[in-house]
Design a protein around this ligand. Structure first.
Ligand SMILES: [Fe+2]
Length: 207
């Protein structure tokens, strides 16, 4: 069973630590703003940092990659192929849709979720949690009006990929924009306006 630590950074960003309690191996997801608190947690629990995963290249999710890599040179930077060029540093493990990494006894399954950015990824942690970056927030989805954003791709990502995942997954978003910091995917399917639209036309009219 995976342990997931949600850590608030910057104004409303979330970084995450995923930990395998058996092997004590850990991954950081989205080291933006200031990774100090996250690194302190890892050293206080004597965890071995194996991966640093970027859900997408935006700096509020990735600006501390270099600092983490300097302090933990054996940790591998993980990102989608499409994001590699944008991150401005060597990516050790490039992710394609459907790839799986093992973190000790835990499985990390990656799905490519374009829409907010072309190379955005979500992570299914051990069939328990779904770390969504800026693809899905509690009550909303990520912006599609920034460079690389694509409303049609976001609609497809939400409808074809996110909606087909099991309800029991706990959604852990990249920003604290909702009325709670995390929620079940089942609740989000019933209440999130961006998951309730019936077609692209309806989706494009959401304010
Ligand atoms: Fe973003």
């Amino acid at each position: 069973m995976a342990a997931i630590e949600q850590i608030r950074v910057g104004f409303d960003n979330f970084s995450y630590i995923i930990c395998c309690p058996i092997s004590k191996k850990a991954a950081i997801v989205d080291p933006g703003y200031d990774v100090s608190k996250t690194l302190e947690f890892i050293s206080s629990k004597n965890l071995e940092l194996e991966y640093v995963v970027n859900t997408h290249y935006h700096s509020d999710h990735s600006s501390e990659n270099k600092r983490v890599k300097n302090l933990h040179p054996l940790a591998k930077i993980v990102a989608s192929k499409a994001d590699e060029a944008k991150l401005g540093m060597k990516v050790d493990v490039t992710i394609s849709d459907g790839d799986r990494l093992k973190l000790g006894e835990i499985s990390l399954d990656f799905i490519l979720t374009p829409g907010h950015t072309p190379g955005g990824i979500c992570i299914i942690v051990d069939n328990e949690a779904l770390i969504t970056g800026d693809t899905l927030f509690i009550g909303d989805c990520g912006r599609t009006d920034l460079p690389g954003g694509d409303l049609v791709q976001m609609y497809r990502t939400l409808n074809e990929k996110i909606m087909s995942l099991p309800d029991h997954l706990i959604v852990y978003p990249g920003h604290d924009y909702g009325d709670k910091p995390f929620d079940t995917l089942g609740n989000q399917k019933r209440t999130n306006k961006t998951l309730l639209t019936k077609n692209l036309n309806e989706f494009s009219k959401i304010p």
